[in-house]
Ligand binder design. Sequence first.
Ligand SMILES: Cc1cc2nc3c(=O)[nH]c(=O)nc-3n(C[C@H](O)[C@H](O)[C@H](O)COP(=O)(O)O)c2cc1C
Length: 267
Amino acid sequence: MNPIIESLWKRKSVRAYTGQQISEEDKRLILQSASEAASAGNQQMYTILDITDQNLKDTLSETCDHQPFIAKAEMVLVFCVDFQKWYDAFSMAGCNPRHPQAGDFMLAAMDAAIAAQNAVTAAESLGIGSCYIGDIMERYEIHRELFGLPDYAVPILMAVFGYPTEQQKERKKPLRAPLDFLVHENHYRRLAGEELRNGIAPNRGDMDFEEWMKRFCSRKYHSGFSLEMSRSIQAALDHFCGRDQNKDSEISGNSETPGNGKPSETL
Ligand SMILES: Cc1cc2nc3c(=O)[nH]c(=O)nc-3n(C[C@H](O)[C@H](O)[C@H](O)COP(=O)(O)O)c2cc1C
């Protein structure tokens, strides 16, 4: 197995750190690796907030669903959707830009997530562990204030980094679903019956299916954090799209939209 594939297969989340500092050189390598990722139109529609202020880390460890290990991470990166810089540059150049919408948000979110995965993979290659924190999508209004975000910048993913403790190194990586459960040829195959029951939660072990699903559902899906995440992202999207300021009426269903019926510009 080549070293890149080996590293991808071995990588698991790290949530406890030795306290060893990450050198400036390694930090730069990680950030530069993030910036080397593919992005739609090479627009790099993200901004990475490098959180070095311990007070901010402490606050995030509370606002992101009370996860104390965030405050102990050596490096904390917040990946934000960022269309603000493009909107401002379009305005600066006299393009009279439309207000950004859900499609722009999604493209930027993909740019941000792909950059984050490059950062995580680069860190792994340097022996530095990491853990994603999706809870940065909660409490949009608080985080917007905390980071001083303009209208078209939204935090969507956080990754925290540090050297793994021995216990973390030895922790067994959770199993993944079988490949044929995840990959369907040509058409979507809706999973059901035994295949769904057996494939959906590979870490269930011997626990009764119904019991495991009920516990997981109340912990992850019906839980307060999950409901808050949905509320917060809806609020962020409404603000990004200007729906809370009636800015979006100008684009929906416009058949004169550039590119309509024509070969699309490559992203
Ligand atoms: C989008 C996303 C959000 C996540 N959010 C959290 C989080 O808030 N807290 C946490 O401890 N782990 C979080 N994780 C890590 C997952 O729990 C972890 O990747 C998963 O359980 C598989 O375990 P492994 O990464 O150790 O293989 C997140 C992962 C992703 C991809």
